[in-house]
Write a protein that binds this ligand. Structure first.
Ligand code: AGP
Length: 614
């Protein structure tokens, strides 16, 4: 996610855009930039770092002008540095653009433009887009709005863009597909932003563009909306916003954690976007493609991580061994780095980290590299220490995760790891073409199935009400869902401060069943695929000892419904993909219990979002 802000009107644009960017820093904060039009020239300043750093750097340019656009970046293509920061000029210097999203086919467009003598300063997809728009303007002899409409019909991906042409400085052209864009409608002034937080103090009249809509925002004129596909006229729906600033930053949710739980369908889609090409029957991942021999010929894959990322690694162990038939071991990074492990140059080490800054994971990578292993990073923060230390990698595209409790990081990590396992399974011939295609098409249905799993929220809230005062809880799962049981227990522990333990369901008879009584809620993942009958037996053992059973089941389940005190249904999917769904009700459960216990959900006591110390 990035943050975009624009202003055109009667006030100085600089203070409005800068303050708007500060309001949007929660959306991305690795670099920032601003472009102002002073009546003759575009004055542009941009820098790696925070908006505060941009404010300092902007002292080097003229800050005059009532037209301006600004951007705070969450890098997806190109590491965070000055040159990759937005805004980006077109080659002529007449156009300047800001963009939130991902243009998947930017490389082919870039090559075509280079063949027409366009040059590029940055590694970004955005600089390609602004030059495509310029090329259309020139070759078609059209104004900016029409050029944007034609150009966007040539791109594949997601975008919220704002672009202006210094030859026509009374308008800003905006367009939206997949990333949010709001227009604030004031008295002879307009605001553009990723959400209403930058302009809510000036106006609460807002137009939220729909997907595949664009608008020409021109001073003194009514907003003209168009459909990007066919240039048809669309009619703006001006809303009178009732939200306050804090509610807007959280997207109307009470906490960032809940917002991020609900962002998971989009985050998973963004993570496989451009990589999962089911209709072509391929998975495209440059970091794997360029190192495929290392993976296929590896003695083993060692996965190192901490916390929730370690749980994602455990899920990956099941997937890699089950599908790709490659030996995997999963290690707590903090243990691995000190136990003098045996590592050879035939090992591949996968480091999983949302922040990309976890000290133990970073140290584990360095140890493995010293001993000759190939290191592959799975991070959510582009240009983070772990990403830079790795030999290759694949980013999750979850967007910034603000809540300390990882949610969308977990499901997007599993998404990346599943793509890798499927790719290696195919490469090793472990999969028939039809089975591979079955997985690809099923993976494409996961965002919608997560959306459906989220609909259990109200039911989960009623369950939370029953168990919010528990002092201990057990979480049980088998196979692919054993790591999800561990993750569910961690979620509850870290935000509600209730002690909880996750176990393989079969382990109950080796001790934990002694804990069962009427005071012990047991959350059991009992989905159809995954040793169902054995889990049912475990449930019966618990029930016969008066334990309380809350079961996560596949929709339509009958047998467990007869046994459990509560059942929460999730859609059916392939066994190896169930963790992407079974984790959803457990995330919601921990969230609601923590809220009912008046805990600080987004910043739980004693915890930090990124553990950069040992
Ligand atoms: C999970 O909810 C916690 N916030 C914590 O366990 C976290 O997963 C762990 O610290 C690892 O962080 P990383 O993914 O940024 O490396």
């Amino acid at each position: 996610m990035c943050g975009i802000v624009g202003y055109i009107g009667h006030r100085d644009a600089f203070p409005i855009v800068i303050k708007g960017l500060q309001r949007l820093e929660y959306r991305g904060y690795d670099s920032a930039g601003i472009a102002l039009f002073d009546g003759n020239n575009i004055n542009l300043s941009k820098t790696k770092g925070k908006v505060e750093d941009l404010k300092d750097k902007s002292k080097e340019i003229s800050l005059a002008g009532t037209l301006g656009i600004g951007h705070t970046r969450w890098a997806t293509h190109g590491v965070p540095n000055d040159v990759n920061s937005h805004p980006h000029y077109s080659n002529s210097g007449d156009l300047v653009i800001i963009h939130n999203g991902i243009i998947e086919n930017y490389e082919s467009i870039k090559k075509a433009l280079q063949n027409r003598d366009y040059t590029f300063k940055s590694d970004t997809d955005t600089e390609v887009l602004v030059n495509l728009i310029e090329e259309v303007q020139k070759t078609e002899g059209v104004k900016l709005g029409k050029a944007v409409q034609i150009a966007l019909n040539q791109v594949v991906g997601a975008y919220a863009i704002a672009v202006f042409d210094k030859k026509k400085p009374d308008e800003i052209v905006v367009a939206k597909l997949g990333s949010p864009l709001a227009i604030g409608v004031g008295e002879d002034e307009f605001f553009i932003a990723s959400d209403a937080s930058p302009f809510i103090e000036f106006t609460n009249n807002a137009i939220y563009l729909e997907d595949e809509e664009m608008a020409i925002v021109r001073l003194g004129k009514e907003i003209k909306l168009r459909k990007i596909k066919n240039d048809a006229v669309a009619y703006p729906n001006i809303l009178e916003l009732q939200m306050n600033l804090e509610e807007i930053e959280k997207g109307g949710y009470d906490h960032f954690m809940l917002k991020e739980i609900y962002e998971q369908p989009r985050a998973i889609m963004d993570t496989y976007r451009g990589r999962l090409l089911a209709d072509q029957g391929i998975i495209r991942m440059a970091g794997i493609d360029q190192n495929i021999e290392k993976f296929v010929n590896a003695n083993r894959i060692i996965i190192v991580a901490c916390g929730t990322s370690w749980h994602a690694g455990l899920v990956a162990e099941y997937i890699f061994e089950d599908l790709a038939r490659i030996p995997v071991e999963v290690e707590y990074a903090s243990e691995f780095r000190y136990r003098n492990p045996v590592i050879t140059d035939k090992d591949v080490l996968i480091a999983i980290s949302q922040s990309g800054e976890t000290a133990d994971t970073l140290a584990a990578i360095k140890l493995a590299k010293e001993k000759g292993a190939f290191v592959f990073g799975v991070c959510n923060v582009v240009g983070s220490s772990i990403a830079r230390e790795s030999d290759a990698g694949a980013y999750t595209h979850a967007g910034p995760e603000i809540g300390v409790a990882s949610t969308k990081a977990f499901t997007t990590q599993i998404t990346v790891l599943t793509l890798i396992a499927l790719k290696l399974a195919k490469e090793k011939g472990e999969f028939s073409g039809s089975k591979f295609h079955e997985y690809l098409t099923e993976l494409e249905t996961i965002p919608a199935k997560v959306e459906k799993a989220l609909k259990s929220n109200d039911l989960v809230e009623t369950v939370a009400e029953v168990y919010k005062d528990s002092t201990n809880c057990l979480y049980l799962g088998r196979g692919y869902n054993f790591p999800v049981a561990l993750e569910g227990a961690l979620k509850l522990k870290e935000i509600s401060y209730i002690h909880a333990e996750g176990y393989p369901a079969a382990e109950m008879k080796h001790g934990p069943i002694a804990l069962i009584d009427e005071q012990m809620p047991v959350f059991v993942i009992a989905t159809k695929k995954g040793h169902y009958e054995k889990v049912v037996s475990n449930i019966q053992e618990i029930k016969s000892r008066k334990g309380k059973i809350i079961a996560i089941v596949t929709e339509g389940d009958v047998q467990v419904k007869e046994l459990a005190d509560h059942v929460i249904e999730i859609p059916e999917t392939l066994e190896s993909l169930t963790p992407l769904l079974t984790t959803i009700p457990l995330q919601l459960l921990s969230y609601h219990i923590a809220v009912m216990r008046n805990c600080n959900v987004d910043q739980p006591r004693n915890l930090a979002k990124s553990v950069t110390v040992e």
